[in-house]
Design a protein around this ligand. Structure first.
Ligand code: UDP
Length: 268
C-alpha cells in the first residue's frame, strides 16, 4: 500500500468506482515499540493510496478504522460524537488516517469517505473455510480461547477480574466478521449516494464479558476452557460498547449474528 507505482497500476487495471482500504497494522503492543513503522504503514499507506486515487480520478473510499480512536470512555455506549483520544500509537495512526480522509473530502466536494470504526471482530465464515488461526501467540481473546479449546495452549489468561463490570472481567462489543463484511457492502451503496467524510460505529450495541465469551465457547465446543486470572493488561479499559444507531439508520445495516453464532463458527 506504500508502493505508489503498484497502486497506479491497480487503479489503471481496475478503474474502481470505490476503494475499500483494509491494509494496515493492528497490534496495539507492537505499535508502542514501533511507532515509525505504524505511522509509515497506516498513515503513509493511506496517503500513498489517496495520491494514487487522485491521479486516477477515483473519488470514493471506505476505510477500516477502529473504536480504539475513542480512548477512555466519557460515557458508554460510544456514539460517533464521543471525543477521540486514543491511548495507543495504533489508535493514533487510525485517527490520523481519519483526519487525512476528512481533509481530502473537504478539498474535493465530490469525494466520499466512509469511515468504519470497528469494534471487536470475531467469528468465522459459515463455510468454515475462512477463519482466524494465528501461527504466533494470539493477541486477542477469541483466537486464544480457540487454541485452548483445541489443546494447543493450556490455559486462558484472564486479564483482570476486578473491573467495575457485573462479573469483574472486561466487556467488549464483539461483532461477527460476516456482519462486518455486510457493513462494507452497505457502505459501498452509501459512498456512491453521498459525498463527504462520515464515521460509523460498526458494533452490535451489546457487550459481553471475558467470562461470557469463555462460557459460550465451552458450550459450542463441548470442551473445558481452563482459565487463570492474571493482573490487568496495560492500557486495557473496563468496557467498550457501540451505539450503532447511525449505521442502523444511515447505512441500513444491523448486526444479526448472536454470541452463539460467534462461538459456533469459530469452533467449526
Ligand atoms: N483478554 C483476556 N485474555 C487474553 C486476551 C484478551 O482476558 O488472552 C481480554 C482483554 O483484557 C479484553 C478482552 O479480552 O477485556 C478483549 O481483548 P482483545 O485483545 O481481544 O481486544 P481489545 O478490545 O483489547 O482490542
Amino acid at each position: 500500500v506504500r508502493h505508489s507505482h503498484t497502486l497506479d497500476m491497480v487503479m489503471t487495471d481496475f478503474a474502481p468506482d470505490v476503494v475499500i482500504h483494509f491494509a494496515g497494522l493492528k497490534a496495539v503492543g507492537d505499535s508502542m515499540s514501533d511507532p515509525l513503522g505504524y505511522y509509515d504503514v497506516n498513515v503513509g499507506g493511506t496517503l500513498a493510496l489517496l495520491h494514487a486515487m487522485d491521479r486516477a480520478g477515483v473519488r470514493r473510499i471506505i476505510f477500516s478504522s477502529s473504536a480504539t480512536v475513542y480512548g477512555e470512555p466519557d460515557y458508554l455506549p460510544y456514539d460517533e460524537a464521543h471525543p477521540t483520544a486514543p491511548t495507543s500509537v495504533y489508535g493514533r495512526t487510525k485517527l490520523a488516517a481519519e483526519s487525512l480522509l476528512t481533509d481530502w473530502c473537504f478539498a474535493n466536494p465530490e469525494a466520499s469517505a466512509v469511515i468504519l470504526r470497528y469494534f471487536n471482530p470475531v467469528g468465522a465464515h459459515p463455510s468454515a473455510r475462512i477463519g482466524e488461526d494465528p501461527s504466533d501467540t494470539p493477541n486477542n481473546l477469541m483466537p486464544y480461547i480457540a487454541q485452548v479449546a483445541v489443546g494447543k495452549r493450556e490455559t486462558l489468561q484472564i486479564f483482570g477480574d476486578d473491573y467495575d463490570t457485573p462479573d469483574g472481567t472486561g466487556m467488549r462489543d464483539y461483532i461477527h466478521v460476516v456482519d462486518l463484511a455486510r457493513a462494507h457492502v452497505a457502505a459501498l451503496d452509501y459512498a456512491v449516494a453521498n459525498t463527504g467524510a462520515r464515521p460509523f460505529n460498526v458494533g452490535t450495541g451489546d457487550a459481553y464479558s471475558v467470562r461470557q465469551m469463555v462460557d459460550a465457547f465451552a458450550k459450542a465446543s463441548g470442551r473445558d476452557i481452563p482459565c487463570r486470572v492474571m493482573p490487568r493488561r496495560d492500557g486495557d479499559i473496563a468496557a467498550m460498547q457501540a451505539n450503532a444507531a447511525r449505521a442502523n439508520e444511515e447505512l441500513g445495516w444491523t448486526a444479526t449474528h448472536t454470541l452463539t453464532d460467534i462461538a459456533q463458527s469459530t469452533w467449526d
